[in-house]
Design a protein around this ligand. Structure first.
Ligand code: FMN
Ligand code: SF4
Length: 658
């Protein structure tokens, strides 16, 4: 415990803009909930998710990416029309956020050239942007006429008014991440020669006129925030100098200039990884752009975003004048209670985001909102609606890895008597091998935090305890949860048992095994690629990767895949795709590649070809108690999300529906 007001005075300082009072300087950055029903309104689940974030103490909760232009039709779940009278859930969302003490904000968005991203657009049905162009992925964009520009300005103002009438006490304009307003502000994309292009002043005229129109309709004191990119972080894009000039145009026009980075329209892996700051970049890496802009902005408040969740770092950002407001997106998905924990002087209880991007991939991939290590987020209906009462059970959890720890904690919280057995002397499981990897620092912190919660609870923790079916039966548990994990696959390749061959987990634990050696890694999943990044960036180990498939295997997390591609490129690690290892010798790996046989010389070979669930080990226990569950890796070698969500769900079922 710390004295909150002495330790975090700036974070906790209230703020007033116009007539709106904000309870602190910690704002939730927009995260579009993918749950949009067919007529463009947030579904009930999305409403409850936003309320849950408000319960955690953030000053502002922003509902992301509400389209303002009827012609702006990105895919089936768009447009999210706030102006339609029957869209009652917009009002429901703002009222539920507001009743929890947060300010409800609506992010208004014009996709511009992005508008046909999912549907494609031909000459008949083009997207509208600053100039005529064909996007890299093939769809056509038409230069906006004066009439179209005026329509969009009016569309923003009408959407803001509808938002205000629906209870949103501020709006946020999306002028970053490559969306329509940024397309106009960007000198590389906007080459118009009329009053909407050319000088910085002309390029910024579009957002400036939109803000003025909103203020005219909603009142001069109605707070308007704009997200901009401080830099496009692309060779072809603008840098911080132009970012400053853009901010100067918006200074005093918008109440808050919220500085993000990058331009996703000219998509590349680095650009994406900087916007949604990947785990490979240091905490607070994007603060530099807000800090530069803050030096030149005189009237508006300046916000910063990107990879923040450490309260000490956030306090320092405000205390040293680098920004006036800190924003978190994923931080609050992972732990919506961060602001409350800061206020209560409990910074050590904050569960810090891993920046694994599971949430983003699930959102864009299949319209779900989840978090790898917060099994309750996005499942608010399930959490809040009463389940049938449960019998109290004696629960034996076998295995103290990520899944077993979560199951024990969740079952204990529900009032069951829990025994947690772990055969090694430490909680955490296999993933402990990554404890010294710099970009996994938050993962290790999370494991330590779960272990600390178990130590504080009345869970009966038994380390160095290998559970056999006999042991399990003697415990007379009502429920057994098997969380016995998985084991690394050993491919059937001649030479695989050589002294120069290692498992990836062993090398993560002890990189000295391959220091100074030339390494070939078999397998370009996350284990193989992240290991290569670790070995090369930390120890200068020359690695190359051999992969049978034609791409990095992302297990569905394509956005972290993008971050990995960024780092693989930055560290110059060759990956040989469509290549099969045929034989390992002491001097290299003979492979069958697309162009025939080839041998990659190496002193050491690392196996990263996947994990095999220990299903047989787990089912040994199925008769040892009335109820039996298999969770995490022993059921399916997947990812942390599956480990925690299967654990949480099993714990909730205990003693119910029987
Ligand atoms: C799942 C997900 C959805 C997002 N949706 C939006 C959105 O609708 N609008 C927006 O401006 N930014 C969106 N973002 C970007 C965030 O607001 C934020 O700028 C970015 O994630 C970096 O902040 P963080 O490191 O705190 O997550 C989204 C990010 C994630 C992870
Ligand atoms: S899924 Fe990963 S990146 Fe997303 S909020 Fe959770 S821990 Fe952070």
């Amino acid at each position: 415990m710390v004295n909150a007001y002495e330790t975090f005075p700036h974070l906790l300082a209230p703020l007033k803009i116009g007539n709106v009072m904000f309870r602190n300087r910690i704002f939730a950055s927009p995260i579009s909930s993918a749950e949009i029903v067919i007529d463009g309104q947030p579904a009930l689940q999305a409403v409850m998710y936003h309320e849950r974030k408000a319960m955690g103490g953030a000053a502002v909760i922003t509902y992301g990416e509400v389209d303002t232009d009827p012609a702006d039709y990105r895919e089936g779940r768009y447009p999210r029309e706030v102006t339609r009278r029957s869209n009652y859930n917009y009002a429901r969302l703002s009222s539920m956020v507001t009743r929890q003490g947060a300010v409800a904000s609506l992010e208004l968005c014009f996709s511009g050239a992005f508008a046909r991203m999912y549907t494609g657009g031909g000459d008949v049905n083009p997207a509208w942007g600053p100039v005529d162009m064909t996007m890299a992925m093939g769809w056509k964009v038409k230069a906006m006429t004066e009439e179209r520009i005026q329509e969009v300005i009016e569309g923003f103002a009408q959407a803001a008014l509808a938002g205000k009438q629906a209870g949103y006490d501020m709006v946020c304009l999306h002028g970053s991440h490559g969306f329509g307003l940024q397309q106009f502000m960007s000198p590389t994309m906007n080459t118009r020669t009329d009053q909407w292009g050319g000088s910085t002043e002309n390029r910024c005229r579009f957002p400036v006129e939109i803000i003025k129109a909103i203020k005219r309709l909603c009142g001069q004191d109605y707070p308007v925030e704009i997200r901009i990119s401080g830099s496009e972080v692309l060779e072809s894009g603008f840098g911080i100098d132009e970012g400053i000039r853009i901010a100067q145009q918006l200074d005093g026009v918008a109440d808050i200039i919220h500085v993000s980075v990058s331009a996703l329209d000219r998509f590349n892996a680095e650009s994406f990884s900087r916007t949604h700051l990947s785990m490979f970049y240091p905490h607070g890496f994007n603060v530099q752009y807000a800090a530069e802009i803050k030096k030149h902005v005189k009237k508006s408040l300046v916000g910063t975003v990107g990879g923040l969740s450490d309260p000490y770092l956030m306090e320092e950002i405000l205390a040293t004048g680098k920004a006036d407001i800190v924003y978190m997106a994923r931080g609050l998905v992972c732990d919506p209670d961060i602001p409350n924990k800061i206020r209560q002087g409990r910074p050590e209880d904050i569960r810090k985001c891993l920046r694994c991007l599971t949430c983003f991939s699930a959102g864009v991939g299949h319209g779900d909102l989840v978090c790898a290590i917060n099994p309750e987020i996005g499942r608010e209906t399930e959490v809040h609606y009463a389940l049938p009462p449960h019998e109290k059970h004696r629960v034996l959890v076998i295995g103290g890895g990520i899944s077993g720890m979560q199951a024990a904690l969740s079952a204990n919280k529900l009032g069951h008597d829990v025994i947690l057995c772990e055969k090694s002397g430490e909680l955490g499981g296999k993933i402990l091998c990554e404890k010294d990897v710099p970009f996994k620092v938050n993962l290790h912190a999370y494991i330590m935090q779960q272990a600390a919660l178990i130590a504080k609870s009345n869970i009966d923790l038994r380390l160095n305890t290998e559970v056999t079916p006999e042991y399990a039966e003697k415990e007379k548990a009502d429920t057994i949860i098997a969380a016995v994990g998985s084991s690394p696959i050993i491919p059937k390749i001649p030479g695989v048992d050589g002294k120069n061959v290692y498992q990836a987990t062993d090398v993560f634990s002890d990189p000295s095994l391959v220091k100074g050696k030339k390494v070939v890694i078999l397998g370009a999943g996350f284990v193989g690629t992240e290991l290569a990044i670790y070995l090369k960036s930390e120890f200068g180990v020359e690695c190359e990767i051999v992969e049978m498939l034609g791409m990095i295997s992302t297990g569905g997390n394509s956005t972290h895949g993008s971050a990995v591609r960024d780092m693989i490129a930055q560290n110059d690690v060759p990956i040989h795709f469509n290549t099969k290892a045929l034989e390992i010798s002491s001097s290299g790996v003979k492979c069958q590649g697309p162009d025939g046989e080839v041998t990659y010389s190496s002193d050491a070979v690392i196996l990263a070809v996947g994990m095999s669930p220990l299903q047989e080990e787990a089912v040994k226990f199925h008769k040892c108690a009335k109820d039996f569950y298999m969770i995490g890796e022993c059921r399916k070698a997947a990812n942390i999300l599956f480990a925690t969500s299967s654990a949480y769900s099993a714990a909730k079922l205990i003693g119910r529906y029987c």
